[in-house]
Design a protein around this ligand. Structure first.
Ligand code: PSU
Ligand code: MN
Length: 302
């Protein structure tokens, strides 16, 4: 698959300067227009403020891009028909000449291919509630089990079955650590209600784990750095519980399945919390992007 790596990203990777991969599904399918483009630009700016190079990843006209220019970013945010691409969709999109935003799974794969080790997102996909009936588990998990990247996220999306997802990450051998917390974060919420076995307290500690992964040379699995949204910026937990229950009911009533489930639930929450879930989501992503840039700096020795 021919990767188009932007000049800036290529130079930074080559010189071992810090680079942060950013996914594009959150832009194309996770956030409402026109806010999504502003957020895409803002996230890149946060990476730059921290002295790292942003590498937003997407597929345009059948070509996987690592590092987008302004016009390409705009296409991802505004073009109708931009698909949602998991890693299994990449060869299909390439052969069809299609354009799409990349999920965590596709982004992690392309970032690793481009030599970018650190990646930031909002919340990982995972095991959905009702999994025993629908078998809906995000491809994010299996891909992270086989890809040596460090993902900074606010845990997994709270629309999921969080304990089942933690269990699956354990089974798959994916390392998980809380960032300055012993609690697994809950995406919109600072605490999912579940503990996490390991905690890391600074970018240098994260980088030390990454070096240990390489030195041990075990299975090429990811490191998940679970960074909670600050408590003062989280969604009110009672509101979250109520609206999420409604969203899950609506999803079932409308017969939404497959790739459409996650965007449907996120959108339902935005519309029924008067934007409060959007604010919490953005606070989480911003914090993750900032931390990812600091981790990338520690990792490259900057
Ligand atoms: N984080 C967010 N918003 C999102 C996502 C993550 O704050 O929209 C996206 C990621 O791209 C993730 C995807 O990989 O949701 C999971 O979708 P699914 O459950 O269909 O695998
Ligand atoms: Mn799914």
């Amino acid at each position: 698959m021919t990767l188009v790596v932007s000049e800036e990203v290529r130079a930074a990777v080559g010189a071992r300067r810090p680079v942060v991969a950013l996914e594009s599904t959150i832009i194309a399918h996770g956030l409402p227009r026109p806010r999504n483009l502003l957020v895409a630009r803002e996230l890149e700016a946060v990476v730059r403020q921290e002295g790292a190079v942003p590498a937003t990843i997407a597929v345009l006209d059948g070509r996987p891009h690592v590092g987008l220019d302004e016009q390409q970013l705009e296409r991802v945010a505004n073009e109708d028909g931009i698909r949602k691409l998991g890693h299994r969709d990449l060869p299909l999109a390439v052969a069809a000449g299609a354009s799409g935003a990349t999920t965590v799974s596709a982004t992690a794969l392309l970032a690793a291919r481009a030599g970018v080790r650190v990646f930031a997102t909002g919340g990982l996909g995972g095991v959905h509630r009702e999994w025993t009936v629908t078998q809906d588990e995000s491809a994010d998990l299996a891909l992270l089990a086989g890809t040596r990247v460090t993902v900074v996220c606010a845990g997994v999306k709270s629309i999921l079955d969080v304990p089942a997802t933690l269990q699956r990450l354990e089974t798959l051998g994916v390392a998980v650590a809380g960032y300055r917390t012993d609690r697994f974060p809950g995406f919109y919420l600072s605490d999912s209600g579940h503990p996490v076995d390991w905690r890391l307290d600074g970018p240098e500690q994260v980088a030390a784990v990454m070096r240990a992964q390489d030195a041990l040379d075990g299975p090429a699995s990811a490191l998940v750095v679970a960074n909670p949204v600050p408590e003062e910026e989280q969604l009110d937990p009672a509101l979250h519980a109520r609206v999420l229950a409604d969203a899950l009911r609506a999803c079932e009533a409308e017969g939404v399945t497959g790739q459409a489930v996650t965007p449907f639930l996120l959108d339902h929450l935005v519309r029924h919390t008067d934007g409060a879930s959007l604010r919490a989501n953005l606070a989480a992503v911003r914090g993750n992007v900032r931390l990812a840039a600091r981790v990338a700096a520690a990792w490259t020795g900057a």
